[in-house]
Design a binder for this molecule. Structure first.
Ligand code: URA
Length: 233
């Protein structure tokens, strides 16, 4: 819990004195209720607005989301449910966005953050951040597919993918590792092998592993250890 005037001034947008004036003028609400007392203690997650607008984050935010199928990886898409719709009101208006995209029907690990420079580093093509997906296909994956993926598959448009990895699993599925993030990449790689993807779930993004304790559609903040790992990227 921290004082409301301190919470406002921590954003860097107002001095403590200006914050107190705004609060006393009745322009500040906490969890939707106007609050005129600068000393009021507010919870870290309580949404605070000035003139109805969220005050914004005073620190970078990193959330691990277990994306379910059926939601799109964008912040605003008319007619679609977006990954931001899965967050609570305390996380709206803070400039959060998904670092990278998963297709609407793909499940799994998605990092949501408001840290633009970090997302840029993670997503830059030259960063070659590893992404690991659990995949099921129509057909049977075999050693020929393993060799082809390790060599670098040439897609229908002529692009030759960087060498990846394919690990066959006893349940008939596989873990596929890629080091780039082209549009529909895994689906296109396996389509080239004549084995269309029927299920896709990202289980790793760089140093982050999907927390299997997170139900589909749920999220949690990264742990300090996870934040330290991604900040080294
Ligand atoms: N590759 C795909 O084809 N789809 C995804 O959502 C992610 C990687």
């Amino acid at each position: 819990m921290e004082r409301l005037d301190k919470r406002l001034s921590a954003t860097g947008r107002w001095s403590r004195k200006e914050a107190r004036e705004l609060i006393r003028a009745g322009r500040v609400s906490v969890s939707g209720q106007p609050c005129r007392i600068p000393e009021t203690k507010v919870g870290e997650e309580a949404p605070v607005t000035v003139d109805g607008a969220p005050i914004g984050a005073d620190r970078p935010i990193y959330l691990m989301l277990h994306k379910p199928a059926g939601v799109v990886s964008s912040t605003d898409e008319p007619g679609e449910r977006t990954v931001l719709d899965l967050l609570g009101p305390e996380h709206q208006g803070l400039g959060l966005f998904p670092a990278g995209r998963l297709d609407k029907d793909t499940e799994g690990l998605l990092l949501l953050t408001n840290d633009g420079p970090l997302a840029h580093r993670l997503l830059a093509p030259k960063s070659h951040v590893d992404k690991v997906y659990y995949v099921e296909v129509d057909g049977v994956l075999d050693q020929d597919d393993v060799h082809a993926i390790r060599e670098g598959v040439t897609l229908a448009d002529g692009y030759t993918c960087l060498p990846g990895d394919l690990e066959l699993l006893p349940d008939g599925g596989a873990h596929i590792t890629i080091h780039e993030g082209r549009y529909h990449q895994v689906k296109r790689m396996l389509a080239c092998r004549g084995k269309p993807v029927t299920y896709l779930k990202r289980v790793r993004f760089g140093p982050l592993e999907l927390d299997e304790g997170l139900p589909k559609g749920a999220w949690r903040p990264l742990s300090e250890a996870e934040e330290a790992l991604i900040s080294r990227q």
